[in-house]
Structures are given as C-alpha cells and as structure tokens.
Ligand binder design. Structure first.
Ligand code: SF4
Length: 195
C-alpha cells in the first residue's frame, strides 16, 4: 500500500480531531470550511465523487464504526430518503440554514445581536457551550458567532449521520448528505447531464 493511500485512509482521524477541538475551543470550527471548499473545488475541477471516495473523513468514520464494528443494523433505507426530491430538498434546507447562520453572524458583526455561546442541535436545541469560547475578546465577536453556528451545523449532520448508520447502513448518510448531493449536482451540470 502506498504512502498516499495510507494517508487518505486516515482522514477519519481528522474528523475526530475536528469535532474534539470544538469541545475545547470553538474557534477551530472554522477549519470545517475546508470540508465545504475542498469538495466543491474537487467537483468543479476533478471527477465526480473524488472527494467522497477518497478524502471524506466523515464517510470513513461511518464505515469504520458501522461496518468494521458491526453496530449498524444494516437495513435498507426507505425509498423516500433516496428519492431525488428528498435529496435536493434536504440540500435546499441545509443551504437555507447556512444562510440563517450567516445572518446571525452578520447581526453580531453589525451590533444588532449578541453572541450566542451555544451549539444548536437539529436547528432547535440550544446546548450551552460557553466554556469553548476561549478567545478572551481578542478577536472580533462575529468570528466567534460564525464558529458556534458552523459547529452547530457540522455536529448536527454528524449526529444525523451516526443515527442513519445505526438504523440503516453504515454509509446511509451519504445517500442524502447535502455535500454529496451538491458535488454530484455540480458534476452533472458540468457534464451537461440532467439533474
Ligand atoms: S456523501 Fe457526504 S459524508 Fe458521504 S463521503 Fe460524500 S461528503 Fe462525505
């Protein structure tokens, strides 16, 4: 096995480190932007599923826990979760929630809102997360607000992925993962195929 393959197979460690860092210092949540930018760039300039097949630490983590540890019920997904309307609808929902998060960040930037030091799970439940704000007022508050909002999105999608892994198949999340749908959509548009 080549060094490159070894390195690519260990991306699940990066995922664990990323989510762990969010418990200690929320500002590290910004690193998650790489999980948005890299797949988009790879789908614009590379082949479809390049990122998903080779570099996604989250996908590897689901395989590692679900398949290798055998804790997935290994059941088929309901048809509606695989349908095009659900996958694109879920992508749209995620994008709206992302914009909503940017709006909250803008409110703090403009002085119209106060910093919310909590992680919002499933866009509903506010978990107090004050301890992870270790910036001590040294950096602009909006960057901290963005970190809380972005980590909320990342953690919510991780939990949804883990639940899908347990109830369905190890990589069930990948069927309707907004990032997977977005990169697939970009590749189809690029290659002139219909969605
Ligand atoms: S579909 Fe999503 S979670 Fe699955 S490998 Fe692709 S980016 Fe990662």
């Amino acid at each position: 096995m080549s060094m490159a393959k070894n390195w690519k197979d260990k991306m699940w460690i990066v995922s664990i480190v990323y989510f762990s860092l969010g418990f200690f210092n929320i500002i590290f949540a910004w690193l998650g932007m790489l999980c948005f930018i890299i797949p988009i760039l790879m789908s614009v300039f590379g082949k479809e599923k390049n990122f998903c097949n080779g570099y996604c630490g989250r996908g590897q983590l689901f395989t590692l826990i679900g398949a290798n540890r055998g804790i997935s019920l290994n059941r088929e997904l309901p048809a509606f979760l695989k349908s095009r309307w659900f996958r694109y609808g879920f992508l749209l929902f995620f994008m709206i929630m992302f914009l909503n998060m940017l709006f909250a960040t803008w409110a703090v930037f403009a002085g119209n809102g106060s910093l919310n030091e909590s992680v919002k799970l499933f866009w509903t439940f506010d978990l107090p997360w004050k301890w992870a704000n270790r910036t001590g007022g040294k950096i602009p508050l909006w960057t901290v607000q963005f970190a809380y909002g972005f980590y909320s999105l990342m953690l919510t999608s991780l939990i949804l992925g883990l639940m899908s892994m347990l109830v369905f198949r190890p990589r069930a999340w990948c069927v309707y993962c907004p990032m997977g749908t977005a990169t697939q959509m970009i590749c189809k548009i690029r290659e002139g195929e219909g969605l």
